[in-house]
Unconditional design. Structure first.
Length: 441
């Protein structure tokens, strides 16, 4: 009942105070108690209250961790959905002439329409969350947030701002890694190493000097400066900093981090502690995910880490159960941050097997398939394809029957994670979607 009062009052409030927002007014006090501590009452935040109120209270509420559960508004919540790594900066579309483009990496900004279509698609698929690499990692090329050490390219924030705003509008949450273990187009640990004078590329992954990324305080401070630039960014569409906006519920210390041997989980405890504490210092309401590739038992006691994760190429129940028991012993949350959804590896667990283990464990706080692409909006006749063979294109008429069975399994699982049953029907997603009429790059 109180929610309806707030809603009615807000309509009046919006009319009477198009400009000044007085948190001291009785109304401001009422609204504020529903918001996360410290969340400013910007016009954009208030505007969301004019939409169905239950959704809007939820949008403005932080996800918290209680032991091994993620909680939203007193109820268990799970970060289930998709990896959409290209929302800030893409590498799969050659833009029209004159648009920002960095040819050596085929890097370009996705259109607003592409970003919005992803949000509509994830809604229809039953997802709650997105893992978005380029919403956190953006260093080392002219289209990056930080093309050179200490140089900030404001233009690169536009797609990130839009993706976060669109996720907010669609009731989805986001988390993002802040650095990559690899030397991809969006940058990563090698970018920071090169900035500090270590002449290393992805081909030097076994060189012991890669550990300097975690041990050299000059490099750690460079990385912390970059983290500060990201977390203090004020979103032009919401008026909230990334640190303030509950839409971004967590940051991950990195993607698939390790040392000189692939999968060695050699990420120093001290580094993880320092980075996790810094994230919480700048953004006290964020959860922090350990970005080590796999669960390193020496990290389980780090108090500022909320969530541990692993990736599944392919899905593997033994590995999943081993991880779960480790993380359960630490009373923390576990997520399957990436998994191959295709079913193309014969020795793999099937999706229904994998999903039933996930759904059965109270320690698993979610899972995200690798990876989602949709149309080349505004061209709704072409689906964008990535070259790793794991591109999921929901609703593509060219999908095989086998592909659609996998997609149906994923959709039923995503709804099951929300306690809902859906049939095998795959509803269509419109293209262009709502709000796709905004400016294109
Ligand atoms: C809000 O209330 C406090 C305490 O009553 C007062 O000191 C402050 O000036 C008020 N702020 C505004 C903007 O009215
Ligand atoms: C956290 O979980 C414990 C055990 O399930 C429960 O007793 C407690 O009320 C929860 N606390 C919050 C803040 O949800
Ligand atoms: C860029 O895209 C073109 C066309 O798809 C492709 O031929 C080329 O190899 C790509 N370049 C890079 C660096 O990926
Ligand atoms: C750390 O990196 C800095 C900057 O490149 C370099 O001057 C310094 O020698 C490095 N420290 C160690 C212990 O290698
Ligand atoms: C960096 O390493 C590459 C390959 O080993 C070498 O060709 C290049 O000269 C080096 N650059 C510098 C500045 O040392
Ligand atoms: C885990 O982290 C510790 C501390 O950095 C490191 O010594 C160890 O090599 C890592 N890997 C494993 C498998 O424990
Ligand atoms: C599954 O994971 C276990 C434990 O990590 C490993 O021993 C096994 O080889 C994996 N199975 C497959 C088919 O990859
Ligand atoms: C998408 O890319 C994959 C991997 O490169 C390729 O096998 C597949 O044929 C491509 N699909 C289309 C429709 O181009
Ligand atoms: C979903 O369907 C299954 C099997 O029909 C049933 O056991 C279960 O209770 C249903 N769950 C919900 C949330 O409706």
């Amino acid at each position: 009942m109180i929610l309806l009062h707030v809603f009615a009052a807000l309509v009046v409030f919006r009319v009477s105070s198009a400009f000044g927002l007085d948190l001291n007014s009785s109304l401001g006090t009422i609204i504020s108690q529903f918001l996360s501590p410290g969340l400013p009452l910007t016009p954009q935040v208030l505007q969301t209250f004019t939409q169905p109120i239950s959704v809007d209270l939820i949008r403005n509420t932080d996800i918290i961790r209680n032991g091994s559960s993620l909680i939203l508004n007193g109820e268990r919540w799970t970060t289930s959905g998709a990896n959409v790594y290209w929302l800030g900066l893409d590498e799969n579309v050659i833009p029209p002439p004159g648009q920002p483009f960095y040819a050596p990496f085929n890097a370009s900004y996705p259109t607003f329409g592409r970003i919005t279509e992803i949000m509509n698609t994830l809604q229809i698929m039953g997802a709650r969350a997105i893992r978005g690499h380029t919403l956190g990692i953006s260093v080392g090329n002219p289209l990056s947030v930080m093309p050179e050490l200490g140089v900030v390219n404001e233009e690169a924030f536009t797609t990130m701002d839009w993706a976060i705003y669109q996720a907010r509008q669609h009731g989805l949450r986001i988390f993002a890694p802040l650095v990559d273990n690899y030397d991809y187009y969006h940058g990563g640990k090698y970018t920071f190493l090169r900035w500090a004078g270590f002449n290393l590329t992805g081909s030097d992954s076994t060189n012991p000097e890669v550990m300097q990324f975690y041990t050299n305080q000059t490099i750690i401070d460079d990385f912390k400066y970059y983290i500060k630039v990201i977390l203090t960014r004020t979103n032009q569409f919401t008026g909230l900093t990334y640190a303030e906006d509950p839409t971004i519920f967590a940051y991950e210390t990195g993607n698939e981090l390790g040392g000189p041997v692939f999968g060695d989980m050699w990420v120093p405890v001290e580094w993880t502690e320092q980075i996790a504490s810094y994230i919480k210092e700048l953004a006290p309401n964020k959860l922090v995910i350990d970005g080590t590739y796999g669960v390193n038992t020496t990290h389980l006691s780090i108090s500022t880490i909320d969530i541990f994760s692993d990736h599944f190429y392919p899905p593997n129940i033994t590995k999943l159960e081993n991880d779960i028991s480790l993380v359960q012993s630490a009373n923390k949350v576990y997520i399957a941050g990436e998994y191959d959804w295709t079913g193309n590896v014969p020795s793999a667990a099937s999706l229904p097997e994998f999903f039933s283990s996930i759904e059965a464990s109270p320690v698993v706080g979610g899972d995200l398939f690798w990876s989602l692409f949709m149309h080349d909006v505004p061209d709704c006749t072409i689906y964008v394809n990535h070259t790793d063979g794991e591109t999921l294109q929901y609703g593509n008429p060219a999908n095989t029957a086998q592909t659609n069975v996998q997609i149906i399994d994923i959709r039923q699982h995503l709804f099951a994670m929300k306690g809902q049953n859906v049939s095998t029907y795959l509803p269509a997603v419109s293209c262009p979607g709502y709000e796709a009429e905004y400016t294109y790059w």
